[in-house]
Design a protein around this ligand. Structure first.
Ligand code: HEC
Length: 160
């Protein structure tokens, strides 16, 4: 190998190693270790709402804080971060509707669809809606998801 070629090879190896190290460092960055979801509710609001959540079987269909009944698989939406998508009013109306599919259409079999919680005491529907609205997605994650989705769909580079 000639001197010039050696130099080029050395540069290529250096660039590769630098690239790998850089991507590793990036992966170790604070974002990737963070849980991208949070709740702005107080401890008491959360524990009241989670009691209602558990005792009404929400957990048998939905995932929230990585909790889901292991025995069942229902293709229901994950509820982490739902408050970044829906307002408290929307959530309250949805839970109070005698026919939730009139608000959010479903392609699932009846047994998997969102049941009506219209008969749940009004105060509990309020507590649930308030808590669900407090479940947010962190901004960086939303941005990252938008970017990944955009690039997957268009094949173009995403610019803010
Ligand atoms: C039998 C399964 C099942 C149970 C039990 C259930 N859900 Fe659902 N839920 C679903 C499905 C499936 C959807 C998506 C709409 C549909 O297909 O009807 C949904 C939709 C939702 C949505 C709207 C999500 C969005 O993308 O806007 C919220 C909020 C929600 N459920 C909250 C709850 C809460 C709170 C409980 C308990 C009080 C609960 N669900 C119980 C299956 C269920």
């Amino acid at each position: 190998m000639r001197r010039g070629e050696k130099l080029v090879l050395a540069l290529i190896v250096f660039a590769l190693v630098a690239g790998v190290v850089n991507s590793l460092l990036h992966k170790e960055g604070k974002h990737d270790r963070d849980i991208p979801f949070y709740s702005s509710a107080t401890h008491d609001e959360a524990s009241v709402a989670m009691d209602i959540y558990r005792s009404n079987g929400c957990k048998s269909c939905h995932t929230l804080w990585t909790l889901q009944d292991a025995m069942q698989f229902v293709p229901a939406p994950m509820l982490d971060g739902i408050g970044s998508l829906r307002t408290e009013d929307w959530l309250y109306s949805y839970l109070s509707s005698p026919n939730p599919q009139a608000i959010l259409p479903s392609r699932l079999k009846k047994q998997y669809q969102m049941p009506s919680y219209a008969t749940l005491p009004e105060i509990q529907r309020h507590e649930l809606a308030k808590y669900l609205a407090s479940l947010k997605v962190k901004d960086w994650y939303l941005e990252q998801t938008k970017k990944a989705e955009y690039e997957k769909l268009t094949g173009l580079e995403y610019k803010k």
